[in-house]
Structures are given as structure tokens and as C-alpha cells.
Design a protein around this ligand. Sequence first.
Ligand code: DC
Length: 209
Amino acid sequence: MVPIVTIDGPSGSGKGTISKALAIDLNWNYLDSGLIYRCYAFLHSIGVSDITQEINYIGHEYDLEHETISYRNKNITDVIRGTAITKLSSELSQLSAVREKLKLIQKTYLKEPGLVAEGRDMSSKLFPDSLVKIFLTANLEERVRRRANQLRNAGQKVNISELKNEIVLRDDRDMKRTQSPLKQTEDSIFIDSSEKTVREITNLIKKLI
Ligand code: DC
């Protein structure tokens, strides 16, 4: 069986950074399931009709510090990570028809020698048999600070109180929806990343593996 580590958590919990670092470290495959929802929302926003087909033309290159998301040779990183697609992806992810379609795409990431999968329902729905399940979070101030940095690095202006409201609203929607809401499963290990370094957390997860 291919070993899987699933990491779920709210926005700004650090799950992206931790999952990427772990996947690079272990030389395993990496699934950013939120990115699949974002791609769906992006293609929806530009009026694409056969989204599941067109999603094949989106590319994702990444290392620990940078990422480039492209669509038919056009760089769409800032749009995909920007405010409008962030909100739309959370809204569309409430629809069970959308979730079912995207589930099939997410499952294709499960390949040898292993998979690190991050999102909201990785432990509960996508990979309930995963080897190590983590529920990662951080306090709200820290999550706002991280998201603000991410947006500033992408050259966007940030209004902290607006951003805080957006994060609270989005997390609330992601946790209260009827379809696969974000919640800690009983067999997940809870980690608060507010005062821990990336290295501390990846080492802890490697020990658990
Ligand atoms: O992780 P993210 O912020 O890139 O995710 C964007 C949105 O996608 C998030 O607000 C809810 C949705 N999502 C989901 O419903 N299930 C997942 N496994 C991952 C993301």
C-alpha cells in the first residue's frame, strides 16, 4: 500500500508550507487539494464549460519558497491565490457535484513512493486510511499575519481588519458546510503551529511516520 500523510486545517494554519516541506524531504508526491478547488473556481470564472477536461492544462511548479501556477502557458499564480478566487473556491466547494468531480482528480495523486495530501477533508473523506493524520491550526492573529505576508509577496495591498473578516467568514463557511466540512477526525493528531518552526513540525510528523 502506498503510504499517505494527510494534513487538514484552516487557512493560514501552515499546512501548505509543512506539506510541501515534508513531500520534498521524503521525495513523495504532493497534493494541494485547495489548489484543485481554486483551479475549478478560476476556470468557472472565465466561463469554461468543460472544467474537468480543461483543468489538465493547468501546471503547478513549486519549491519551498516559490510557486508558479500556469494555464495554457499564462502565469495565473496571483489570480489563483488572490481574494476573488479565494472566496469563489470556498463557495463552489460547498456543492456536492463539484466535490464529486474534483475527488476523482485528487485520487490520481496517489502514487508510489508516497503522498502528502493537504486540505480540509483529506483525513475524513479522501484518504481515510492514511498512515498519519494531522489537524494543523494556529491562532487567528498568526493566520492573518501569514495570509497578509502571502498577499504582500504577491504584490497585493492588504487591509488587516478586512482580511481578518474574510478569513473568519471563509473558515466558518468551510467548517459549517454540509458536504465534507473541515473538522478534526478522532484519529488525527492536533498540532498548533503558532509558535513552532517548520522544521519542528516536519520532524514531528517524520517521527510519527
Ligand atoms: O486550502 P485553500 O485555501 O487553497 O482552499 C481554497 C478553498 O477550497 C477552501 O476555502 C475550501 C476549498 N477546499 C475544500 O473544500 N476541500 C479541500 N480539501 C481543500 C480546499
